[in-house]
Design a protein around this ligand. Sequence first.
Ligand SMILES: [Zn+2]
Length: 132
Amino acid sequence: MHWSEQELLNWLDERLPADQMAALETQLRVDSQLRRQVSLLMQIRDQGGHSAGEIWQRAGLSCPDRTILRQFLQQTINPDYSEYIRFHLTTVGCRNCQANLVDLQANDNDASNIQRRQRLHQVSSQLLPDQH
Ligand SMILES: [Zn+2]
């Protein structure tokens, strides 16, 4: 279904009839083209008190949980969904998820650093003579 710019603006202002709102929001979840179109509109118009986050949340385009974010980091997630998460993080600019992602990244680094240190320690204690 094709939406006119005016209809999309009406959606942002919650001025579309309820059945059309629902239809648009369903389509937003699966249609990356439409998501780009709406983000563009949001950028060029005054948002009238609605933050981008509120608007996307209303559309059910809400935050992925940490498990999903971790899969996104490890690139084990399905490509369609990964596109959506990138959209959520960069276009929507969700602070909450950005913070979560940074946190997950830091944890991952810690975990691999500890593993590396443990391995190094093992190797060096096998190679070096005991110095008691
Ligand atoms: Zn989020």
